[in-house]
Design a binder for this molecule. Sequence first.
Ligand code: C5P
Length: 668
Amino acid sequence: MSRPEFLDIPPLVGTAGTVRLPGSKSISNRVLLLAGLCAGTTRVHDLLDSDDTQVMLEALRALGCGIARDGDGLSVTGLGGRLVVREARLFLGNAGTAMRPLAAALALLSATQGGRFELSGVPRMHERPIGDLVDALRPLGCRIDCLGQEGYPPLRIDGGRLALDAPIRVRGDVSSQFLTALLMALPLVAQDRELIIDVEGELISRPYIEITLALLARFGIAVRRDGWQRFTIPRGAAYRSPGEIHVEGDASSASYFIAAGAIAATGEALRIEGVGSASIQGDIRFVEAARAMGADVREEANALIVQRGAWPLRAITLDCNHIPDAAMTLAVMALYADGPSRLTNIASWRVKETDRIAAMATELRKVGATVVEGADFIEVAPPARWRPAAIHTYDDHRMAMCASLAAFNPLAGGREPVRILDPRCVGKTFPGYFDALFGVAQAAPSSIPVLTVDGPTASGKGTLGSALADRLGYYHLDSGALYRATAVAALRAGLAPDDEAGTAALARCLPLRFESQRALLAGEDVTDTLRLEDVGNRASQIAALPAVRQTLVELQLGFRQLPGLVADGRDMGTVIFPDAALKVFLTASAETRAERRHKQLISKGIPASIQALCADLEARDARDQNRSIAPLKPAAEARLLDNSALSIEASVEQVLDWWESVQPFGAS
Ligand code: C5P
């Protein structure tokens, strides 16, 4: 499937319900590495399935770890400290949580056992510093070359001779991941000596070090900590698998829903499951910051219950060093505050997936905020006037998730949709983010956009509708399938074609569901049955019965859900969705349509004649056009598209051009 280029979020006005968080990225990748280094098998539950964990899993697999699905978990059989693969090229995407600790572990293993490894990533990964870690490892006798610019990946690790007599020093003021990497890797070589790591400079993002220490403890390694300057790995330390381990929900991911609740849970509360007061993640302290801005948050051990408290939110000034990732969410909450908010001590933002200070400043200005940025701070004042904005996401999952919160602007005097460019970048940590958001967000039904594709039988509405829905990230209603499913039910029940009351009664409680492009009638997959010619004929007959049409109206209206709908059929633009933002009337000559259907049938091994099909289509057109109820005709404002000579792609592009012309985003 093509990667959607954008996702438009309509103006949102509320939140309620329950959201279940995906596993924590920080915990997932640490657990995977530790399970991969220790002996034996570890069963991991609730692991995050995302881009960053995928690259870690791929790397471990390439290094010879055993990785297997195990019920609803994953089992990892580790190396037990012995390299089994001595030469590998590992591609680590943009996952700092994979690059840094794998570099340290492989450097130590290679220096003691030999082996040559290349670690690379996407271009942005090659701009993210790793020099402080390399500088810590080289004095220990590890041979590491930076293959591009010194201090940055890609890296080549190639043997060396371990010398652990000198003190181990690492800088702590650029990224705490360098210290994490050393803490996780050094137990590999602590069999016969105690190892002391001294941190140079002020250690940032300390809560992440706490996660590292907590997980090392689960794997049998008790690191001694003296303040935040010195860490001691005891002599004889050895990884021991806990056998079984559960990954908590991601506290940074929780921040978007805590914010959504603080902004928009005005009635029922929003329940967030997966993290709570028992969390070992530092970002759980985002809760305190959100409370300071006015959020009403109750904590259970493994859940958070959020409601709007103060409104507008209270502006804050906060040192965010302890919650660097979640602090981005505060910058967006600041859009809804009673004055300018200032987030300080966030220099690390500049070396993350993108330069997050610059990115946040640029994008928040687009929605109308006034933003001041400095080397290590950002100050955001809420918009005086909200503007519709197309938000660049810089391949940064957090930019995309943060920006989505600007869609609640109707609660602060706006009424603007928000366009998220490259929305799939959320896959780094939260592939189902937008589904989760739309599962708890509310919008006025009339503000949920609808694009209708009406037209005669076999004009290609279904194919066009489905392709458009893919590109826009919208739901797709193939209304013909509803008539066809009713026809199947009627044929099976032995009803006469003109049994209006009987057919309407069947339609009223039609047990029809759509699941990943399949149609299920009472649980049975009827996708292919729906396409049969006798089913189509019966559908067209019962579609002329007013009681049947009336019954199916509610069902069709129910498809108008966030973030939007592409609806195709005979009367989508004229009757069901008269307020659709764009109406397309799709046609093709009867001959072209008969040829297309002929090709389809033959490819399925069903014999057919073009002449008979053509006559059939013309008869069906006549019936659809001349019936007294909802006759087939273009809506007054519909754009006509004759696709007789157009490819599907060309039709899709044409409709997307029209769609763009009715959107408010312009060229941002
Ligand atoms: O589009 P499709 O061929 O699947 O539709 C089957 C029949 O259902 C059509 O021939 C048409 O008569 C009827 N229909 C309708 N209104 C819709 C969709 C389908 O009358 N919105």
